[in-house]
Design a protein around this ligand. Structure first.
Ligand SMILES: [Zn+2]
Length: 137
């Protein structure tokens, strides 16, 4: 039997001042990633210092929002959901949720695209969090 996705309440992330731009872009449906001007590497989760070379010479870049499932795990306690590491086309990996799909069809190497979901609930709405959903082939 297919497992259908139900909306799971997502925890409201803590918004730090250095991530203000990131969450503002997310609310508009744009995924931002940090790129380092010193070594050229992109990273996620956004940090002030580049984790590759410790330079503070980092800038925001708009990601295409598409990638591939690198690894995943389906949680079946309570409302089932899938967490995954998605490798973005820009080459970095981010931990995320796979949403809006049959959880039994998720597989490694699957092409996905970003889908922003609002965290929290009606009483306490939080920022939009980047999740991923399979690209229909
Ligand atoms: Zn760097």
């Amino acid at each position: 039997m297919a497992t259908t996705y139900e909306t799971r309440k997502m925890a409201v992330p803590e918004v730090h001042p250095e991530h203000k731009e990131y969450w503002e872009a997310a609310a508009l449906g744009t995924l931002l990633i940090k790129q380092c001007d010193s070594c050229g590497e992109a990273h996620y989760y956004p940090r002030v210092l580049c984790p590759h070379c410790m330079s503070d010479n980092t800038k925001w870049n708009e990601a295409k929002g598409t990638g591939t499932i690198y690894t995943y795990s389906v949680m079946r306690k309570g409302t089932p959901y899938a967490i995954a590491f998605v490798e973005l086309d820009e080459g970095l990996r981010m931990m995320t949720n796979i949403v809006d799909c049959d959880l039994d069809t998720i597989h490694i190497g699957q092409k996905v695209k970003v889908a922003f979901k609002q965290s929290g609930d009606q009483d306490n709405p939080g920022p939009f969090v980047p999740c991923f959903t399979p690209i229909k082939e």
